[in-house]
Design a protein around this ligand. Structure first.
Ligand SMILES: [Mn+2]
Length: 308
């Protein structure tokens, strides 16, 4: 059976919408509506939970895209994502769709169109480049690219609705007993403070700004001596293997899958293979040799890394 979406159909729709600021605006308004509906099924602050009976059989994970639409389309195609989405699979995007790269609005539109077509089977997480107002990121050339392309007035309006979309993106996805997916990393203070309740650890709860900052910004370090330490990025923390031990034993997940760090080979593992980093874009300014996606079998947690 031909999948409902193909690379060519997706690209054709993206190009058609992106030519018109009116169409871009209404596409992003529609993205908002879809995310508002989704939020009724997540925790109030946007943690998506799959229990054993609702878990997909396979999860295809995309890391940072940062405006590299061409690589993203190639990876969607080569990983069989469209036909997998017709079966019992989910596709998870780990955030950072915009800033850097030539096709930022196109990338955001492609994410929207895939989400629109496949609904809950597509998880579109928030990255630190889809920031709330209190966590500004640098560089953030997306609003300038919008203005250069659509003019000041329309560019400003499209940026406004984009920010409303960003605020509605879920911040984490967990498959109980199996895996957790988020952009940057596990929140260090919550991991220490909460008992065995993963919602306490991963939901942004009563102090949303601090926990969200960590989930969007944290990075793993392999140093056994470090439990956690402030990140040189200026936001979030670096967390070490001891904290991963604590997190996996409290939440009972086996693997933490995240993006956020550019990697030469498109992927890397830390903390004895319990933390996976996936990076799905190429080109300036990182010049990594490969971009990758992870294809994860949920039942036995075996995975394949596809690199291009
Ligand atoms: Mn990032």
């Amino acid at each position: 059976m031909e999948p409902r979406l193909t690379r060519d159909k997706l690209l054709e729709s993206v190009n058609e919408i992106s030519r018109s600021p009116v169409k871009v605006y209404s596409a992003l308004e529609d993205f908002k509506e879809i995310l508002i509906e989704e939020r009724k099924k997540t925790t109030p602050r946007g943690l998506i939970v799959d229990v054993h009976t609702s878990a997909p059989s396979r999860i295809i994970v995309f890391g940072d895209i940062h405006g590299d639409l061409d690589t993203m389309l190639e990876l969607l195609d080569r990983s069989g994502s469209f036909s997998e989405l017709e079966k019992d699979a989910k596709v998870v995007f780990l955030g950072d769709y915009i800033d850097r790269g030539p096709k930022q609005i196109e990338t955001l539109l492609a994410i929207y169109l895939i989400k629109k077509e496949y609904g809950d089977k597509v998880v579109t997480l928030r990255g630190n480049h889809e920031p709330p107002d209190y966590l500004p990121v640098n560089p953030h050339d997306y609003p300038y690219q919008l203005k250069a392309r659509y003019g000041n007035v329309d560019g400003e309006r499209i940026y406004g609705v984009s920010k409303e979309v960003f605020d509605l993106l879920p911040h984490a996805y967990i498959v109980e007993g199996k895996a957790v997916f988020l952009h940057g990393g596990i929140p260090v203070f919550r991991t220490k403070e909460c008992g065995g309740d993963y919602r306490c650890i991963l939901d942004v709860g009563p102090h949303p700004s601090k926990v969200l900052e960590e989930i969007l910004w944290n990075d793993p370090v392999d140093d056994e001596e470090i439990e956690f330490t402030p990140s040189p990025r200026g936001a979030g923390y670096l967390w070490g293997p001891l904290l991963t031990d604590e997190f996996v034993s409290k939440t009972n997940v086996k693997i933490i899958v995240r993006g956020h760090e550019p990697v030469w080979s498109g992927y890397k593992f830390n903390h004895n293979n319990r933390v996976a980093t996936i990076f799905s874009r190429k080109g300036s300014p990182y010049y990594n040799a490969y971009a990758s996606v992870m294809i994860l079998d949920v039942e036995d947690l075996r995975y394949e890394i596809l690199t291009i």
